[in-house]
Structures are given as C-alpha cells and as structure tokens.
Design a protein around this ligand. Structure first.
Ligand code: DGL
Length: 270
C-alpha cells in the first residue's frame, strides 16, 4: 500500500512531511520532477504532459491515489486529468480545496452554497501559472462571497529554492510581499499557494507582520488525506515501500531535501 505525493520539485516535501507524521503507517511514494522544475513558468499543456507522465510512473509504483502536492499542477492540469485521463480505479486529488475550506470555515466536502465569511481581504502568493489560472478565486467563489483576493505572482522564488539559494529566495519573498502590500495594504489573511513557500514561511510571516494570518497547506492537506483514507481505505494502493523518485540528479536532490527536512532523504532516479 502506498499513496503518491507529486510535486515539480522539492516543495511537495512540505506536504510529505505533514502527511507522514499524520499517517505514520502509510508508505508514501514521493515524485519530484526536478529536471523540469519550475512548472510555474510553463503553459498549461506542458504542465499537463509532465504531470500525467509522472503520475503514470507512480501508478507503476503501486499507488492508487496520488496527491498533486503542487498548486501549479493542481491549477493547470488536475481538472483535465480527472475528466479524461485518470482510470476509474485510481484517484488524483489536488491541494487547494482543503486550504480554501479551512479559510472559509467549512467542513471537508461541505458543498452548501457560498456564504459570507470572516476574512474579506486575502493576499494570495503563488507561481505565475497558478495566479494566471485564477483557480483559487474560482474555488473560493464556490464557497464564499464578498472576499477580495489580491494575487502576487512570485517569480523566481521556486528557482531559488530548487537551487538551494535561500538568501536570494528571502530577498525575493520580501520584495513580493512589498509589491502585494502596495496593492492591498492591509490583508487579513495570506495564502501560501505554492508548496515550496512553507520552506520560507517565517520570512513571509515576518514581512507580512503579526496581524496577518498565514495559511499554508501541509497540515490542512494531511488532515484532509487522513479523513479521505478513513472513508476510502482501499485507496491506499498496493505498493509496500516508501520511495523518493526524481527526474533530476539524485545526489543533488537528496542533498537539498536532506537540508530542507533536516533528516536524511535518499532519492533515486525515476
Ligand atoms: N510547488 C509547486 C506549487 O505548489 C510548483 C512550483 C513550480 O514548479 O513552479 O505550485
């Protein structure tokens, strides 16, 4: 039994860490498409082709359920995959619905009509592809009314994190927060809409100030997955082993992952 966790690179490790803690008995197959990261500057067709080929590889590894721990793939490819690509005995789930449900104070799967919620001014930080898809705003509009979302496309941050250049990543985060604040001076909440960004969460929180509540996905996705597997125990697939797959250089990717998670992580070639 194994559940797949997919990302364009290292960002999905923030989700992997949370789901492994929440579900310690479930083996996870992690796939980082590091050779093709970042996805955030690619077009939707490209993201769809890369994501489907990675997920097909995860089926081979014994996964029946794959979480796209990548907002860019969730925004650009998930709906098309679910409509016409995923076999009937498999499931692919994305990462923004749990986050939006938490922000709009909903229980999992509450599909009641949209209503007014406590937060009205929300800052969204995400990749250029996620921002231009407007997928967050679409999902939010199904659940809440009267919420003003200001989105900031955070160009360069994923590349800097993938390259291990955290000084550059910090400078970019601070300049993206400044740019956002020029458009929306007093957000009440900030969404880190890219799974790479929790690696810089302290910098986002510091630059935004203590009055802004920062929502990041890892723990919300872990709760949501635990709930889903409680209701669909058979979706834990047939794979028996946890494994870390990458399309990049396994040695370089293992070193970066070990540095980020502060425990030994060993990737092998996908
Ligand atoms: N971590 C991913 C996301 O959540 C992908 C970032 C990228 O590859 O640009 O959007």
């Amino acid at each position: 039994m194994a559940v797949g966790i997919f990302d364009s690179g290292l960002g999905g490790l923030t989700v992997l860490e949370a789901v492994s803690k929440r579900l310690p008995d479930v083996p996870f197959v992690y796939f980082g498409d590091n050779a093709h990261a970042p996805y955030g500057v690619r077009d939707a067709e490209d993201v769809y082709q890369l994501t489907t080929s990675a997920v097909a590889r995860m089926w081979e590894e014994g996964c029946d359920l794959v979480i796209l721990a990548c907002n860019t793939a969730s925004a650009a490819a998930l709906r098309r995959m679910q409509e016409s690509w995923v076999p009937t005995n498999k499931r692919v789930l994305g990462v923004f619905v749990p986050l939006i449900e938490a922000m709009t104070e909903r229980q999992w799967g509450d599909n009641s009509p949209p209503r007014e919620v406590a937060v009205q001014h929300v800052a969204l930080f995400a990749t250029p592809a996620t921002v231009s898809s407007r997928a967050f705003q679409r999902e939010l509009a199904f659940r809440a009314i009267g919420v003003d979302v200001e989105a900031q496309a955070c160009g360069g941050v994923v590349d800097a994190i993938e390259d291990g250049d955290l000084i550059l990543a910090e400078a970019l985060v601070r300049s993206h927060v400044d740019a956002l604040k020029r458009k929306m001076p007093h957000p009440e909440a900030a969404i880190l809409g890219c799974t790479h960004y929790p690696l810089m969460e302290e910098i986002f929180a510091d630059a935004l100030g203590p009055e802004v509540k920062v929502y990041s996905q890892a723990n919300l996705v872990a709760e949501s997955l635990a709930d889903y597997l409680g209701r669909h125990p058979k979706m834990v697939g047939e794979g028996q082993n946890s494994v870390f797959l990458t399309t990049g250089n396994p040695r370089v990717v293992s070193n970066r992952a070990t540095q980020f998670l502060r425990r030994k992580i060993e990737f092998v070639s996908a």
